[in-house]
Design a protein around this ligand. Structure first.
Ligand SMILES: NC(=O)C1=CN([C@@H]2O[C@H](COP(=O)(O)OP(=O)(O)OC[C@H]3O[C@@H](n4cnc5c(N)ncnc54)[C@H](OP(=O)(O)O)[C@@H]3O)[C@@H](O)[C@H]2O)[C@@H](O)CC1
Ligand SMILES: [K+]
Length: 503
């Protein structure tokens, strides 16, 4: 599975295992890493005249000494600036002694226009904020605007969380090894990395598989095989029926956006469950989507009994009041075999947050619907307060813990949306776009999740696919996007997915 994401600790395990399995020892891997970076620098900066390589005391610095040696051999004017000295006898010490350039102290470094900076100060082993010397170098480089190529990670950025531990370098290009780390995908790390290239340095897929990572980059390869493609003998209810709860007359649009997105994503039938007061406004805007009066729990249960929808969407536009949360808890208590799955979003999260424990227990119950909860940052903090406040946890880890306590798949939204399953699997989305920062776009995401769930896709895969399709649709539409455009913009995305499946 080439989309695993390795934590720095897992990467260190992969390094050691690769050395054990061969054919490369530690120094061999380091030379491969340095060679990959040097080749990329020569490719990306044709006509390059000068490079300043900043080397730290660990193996990240070791990679830097290899880059310096190879670029000097290629005729580039190379200077090396070192912070600390590599541990005697280690791979980095050997790389330093094989490098013909005498390092100068980092304290004396100042960038010159026209140079390219290779940041090989700290990578996976960053254990504290940058020293004042390294922080000064980061600020000087940023001030001069000279391009930075980061080895493994921009120094100062945590590979675990993507958070800077203080000052940090901002790279134009980051070259990492074997697999990405969470810090390459989680913000602000993703922004500070610039382009990320994953170089193969001789660590095999078999070695990575042995590490047993359970975090992935969210790309179609992760869920394509599970994507629902209709059979020739299908009919609308086999394709899955989605029920979407509507709010009061002034906030009905959110439910209709979710309903339309569920239909576009392939649900065979969609019904908006509407309070009497909102029937007229909903009716005026719905055509293929069905409409049903649902003021009370009994009316909702009658709908579930009669129409057996596979999936319900609860939250968009319902209002944050505790009564809304009470209604959800009563519903969860009362439902039988339908629905098989639920999506809880927006006001469904806020209104239930004060009774989160009761909600989570209800989802744990035998026969409870498999559930996707889709909080943005504010909603996450409301529902998972202590996890949200724990500054030692990365967004990836927060989403994972939330999924475990909630017994639900969590879609922790943002520019770096994380999808996490209670079974420990997690994915960080790779195609996010700022175009999605527009009112109603979250309602559409809920609808896509529901449309896929209703067609029988499992919750984790459905959530991953929905997040990716949502962003792909936005990118396809381009600037000027509003939420109403998204369901229609799913068409080319779906066409592409179907084509990839040969359907
Ligand atoms: N053979 C391999 O394994 C391969 C590894 N590879 C490369 O190795 C990199 C990981 O190497 P690494 O584990 O040595 O970590 P690295 O980032 O160099 O830093 C560790 C040193 O820095 C120190 N230190 C940390 N933070 C500091 C700070 N803020 N200010 C000052 N000091 C600080 C830390 O000290 P300590 O924490 O012990 O106090 C320790 O001495 C990885 O990113 C990749 O580039 C590739 O070549 C492929 C083969
Ligand atoms: K670095």
């Amino acid at each position: 599975m080439p989309y695993e994401i390795l934590t720095p600790k897992e990467m260190a395990q992969a390094d050691s295992l690769a050395m054990k399995r061969g054919p490369f020892d530690g120094y061999g891997l380091m030379c491969n890493a340095g060679a990959a970076i040097a080749a990329l620098i020569l490719e990306r900066f044709p006509g390059l005249a000068r490079v300043d390589v900043l080397c730290g005391p660990g193996n990240n610095g070791g990679d830097g000494y290899v880059v310096a040696r190879l670029l000097a051999q290629a005729g580039v004017d190379v200077s090396v600036w070192a912070e600390g000295t590599p541990r005697a006898g280690g791979d980095a010490a050997r790389a330093a002694s094989d490098c013909p350039i005498v390092p100068r102290p980092l304290a004396e470094f100042s960038p010159v226009p026209g140079s390219v900076i290779v940041d090989a100060l700290y990578g996976a082993g960053l254990s504290k904020p940058l020293s004042s010397m390294a922080a000064r170098a980061a600020r000087l480089v940023a001030g001069q605007g000279v391009p930075v190529v980061a080895v493994d990670l921009p120094s100062g950025v945590s590979g675990e969380s993507g958070q800077p531990l203080g000052d940090a370098f901002a790279a134009a290009l980051t070259v990492t090894f074997a697999r990405k780390k969470p810090g390459h995908l989680l913000q602000p790390g993703r922004r500070l990395c610039g382009d990320v290239v994953v170089a193969n340095i001789g660590i095999t897929d078999a070695v990575i598989a042995e590490i047993g990572a359970c975090a992935f980059e969210n790309a179609p390869e992760l869920w394509l095989e599970d994507f629902p493609i209709s059979h020739v003998d299908t009919y609308k209810y086999r394709r899955g029926h989605v029920g979407v709860f509507s709010g009061e007359p002034s906030t009905t649009g959110a439910a209709r956006l979710a309903a339309m997105a569920a239909a576009r994503s392939g649900a065979g039938a969609v019904t908006v469950l509407s309070p009497t007061r909102s029937l007229a406004v909903n009716g005026a805007h719905l055509t293929s989507i069905m409409l049903r009066k649902a003021d009370t729990l009994d009316e909702v249960l009658a709908f579930l009994d009669a129409r057996k929808p596979k999936t319900l969407v609860f939250g968009p536009g319902l209002g944050p009041e505790p009564e809304v949360g009470n209604f959800l808890l009563d519903l969860l208590e009362a439902i039988g075999r339908a629905p098989e799955s639920m999506v809880i979003d927006a006001d469904g999260i806020t209104s239930t947050a004060l009774q989160a424990e009761t909600f989570f227990r209800a989802l744990e119950r035998q026969g409870a619907p498999q559930t996707i909860i889709t909080p943005h940052e504010g909603e996450f903090h409301r529902m998972f307060k202590s996890i949200g406040e724990d500054s030692n946890l990365s967004k990836l880890e927060k989403a994972r813990r939330a999924a475990a306590v909630a017994n639900a798949v969590i879609v922790y939204k943002g520019p770096d949306t994380v999808i996490a399953s209670p079974d420990g699997r997690a994915a960080i989305n790779e195609n996010g776009t700022p175009l999605l920062a527009t009112a109603g776009s979250g309602d559409v995401l809920s609808g896509i999740c529901a449309g896929l769930l209703a067609q029988g896709m499992a919750a984790f895969e459905a959530a991953c696919a929905a997040v990716w399709m949502h962003a792909a649709a936005a990118t396809h539409f381009g600037p000027g996007l509003i939420a109403e455009d998204l369901p229609e913009a799913l068409r080319p995305v779906l066409r592409d997915i179907f084509a990839r499946r040969g359907a």
